[in-house]
Design a protein around this ligand. Structure first.
Ligand code: GLA
Length: 377
């Protein structure tokens, strides 16, 4: 590694993700439908022979940070906290992580809602498991260690979708994950005659300290209220709650929390409907559900913004089959299912209208579903 001592390490890579449908359902015990993408994070890593000194270099930022694993506070730089956090979480899983050098770079856009942070976590977890852990930690435990890194070191109370997708992804396949039981199924995804394309609003989505955690709290409030009314039942997440039970607590929890939970119950049903439609090759239904999700995320869950709503409207005007906010929201991308013959006109129109309205350029990414975390060499 030229940034440190010139010695060569091993190279690991891990992708970002898309999500066809199932937003804000993961921490509610519902279903998600993500796939890994063909861009992500790549890291060269090697043990450096010290007890607990980590020397880290973020190639794209040209930023170097050294820290000790035994320092209870850890580094300040937000990118370095992912390295510190995942190393601590891997230690909790019994991996005897010692000092190491790491240099990394990425081609997954940051703050675009494509899970660049999960890509880092799973890439680093994969490397530490290989270098110090004899690869004994399971894929699931590495995904959970990534999620715990967000909770414990980065201030985001996220669900498991992003880390799951980054670890388990397979080229050409989406995955339906039941976030309550953790069972999942691969679905080959090759919609003949359609393209999946992301439009990045370039409004930076930033979940740390954002209303993301408030949304989660609203959902938990509703579950608590329902559980108090039904001491006979077991209510852990909104997945365990029915529409009737939600209506029973409407006045008590207030309109805002009610709306949030109302979206989540609907979203759970939409993922299942999309899976059936995909199996039947019915892309019109898939698209219709995507628009419904956008509407719910915008009006009920309130995680959209003017730019994303605008892009959704432009998609509708262009006859795009399905379009919606993807990921946590508050900026980032829309995901669009568009017929091949409409693609060029749609992209040109969206670019022109977005520039005219917001004086800013859109970024466009054609989705290629790629493989999950792996060792490259
Ligand atoms: C972010 C979180 C995920 C999930 C999505 C919304 O990407 O990291 O856990 O909650 O938002 O679906």
């Amino acid at each position: 590694m030229k940034h440190f001592d010139g010695l060569t390490g091993n190279v690991y890579s891990s992708p970002g993700r898309i999500n066809l449908i199932g937003e804000h359902t993961d921490y509610n015990g519902g279903f998600v439908f993500p796939g890994a993408v063909d861009c992500g994070i790549m890291a060269e890593m090697r043990a450096n022979g010290t007890e607990d000194t980590v020397m880290a270099y973020a190639i794209d930022l040209k930023d170097r940070v050294d820290f000790k694993l035994s320092d209870p506070k850890g580094p300040k730089a937000s990118w370095a906290r992912y390295i510190y956090g995942i190393a601590k979480e891997m230690q909790k899983l019994g991996v005897p992580v010692k000092g190491f050098n790491i240099a990394f770079s990425g081609d997954v856009p940051l703050g675009a809602g494509m899970s660049s942070s999960a890509a880092m976590e799973s890439c680093f977890a994969f490397g530490l498991n290989d270098i110090f852990g004899d690869n004994k930690v399971s894929l699931w435990d590495m995904a959970l260690a990534g999620q715990a890194t967000e909770h414990n070191y980065c201030g985001v109370n996220c669900g498991i979708m992003d880390q799951f997708a980054s670890v388990f992804g397979q080229a050409g396949k989406l995955m339906r994950l039941d976030c309550r039981s953790r069972e999942f199924e691969y679905f080959p995804f090759d919609p003949k005659g359609y393209k999946l394309v992301l439009l990045n609003s370039c409004v930076k989505h930033e979940l740390a300290g954002s209303p993301y955690n408030d949304r989660r709290r609203s959902c938990e409030n509703v579950v608590k209220a329902i559980a108090a009314k039904h001491p006979e039942g077991k209510f852990e997440t909104l997945r365990d709650c029915t529409w009737e039970q939600l209506d029973e607590v409407r006045a008590e929890v207030g309109e805002e929390d009610y709306k949030r939970a109302h979206f989540v119950l609907g979203e759970k049903d939409r993922v299942l409907a999309v899976c059936d439609a995909l199996v039947a090759g019915d892309y019109e239904t898939v698209g219709k559900k995507m628009y419904e999700t956008h509407e719910g995320l915008s009006k009920e869950y309130e995680v959209s913004c003017e730019e994303l709503d605008f892009l959704n409207e432009v998609a509708k005007e262009n006859g795009v089959t399905g379009s919606r906010i993807m990921g946590g929201g508050f900026g980032g991308c829309t995901i669009n299912l568009v017929k091949d013959e409409l693609y060029d006109k749609f992209i040109a129109d969206a670019r022109a209208k977005y520039r005219a309205k917001f004086n800013r350029d859109l970024k466009v990414y054609d989705v290629v579903i790629g493989d999950g975390a792996r060792k490259l060499c």
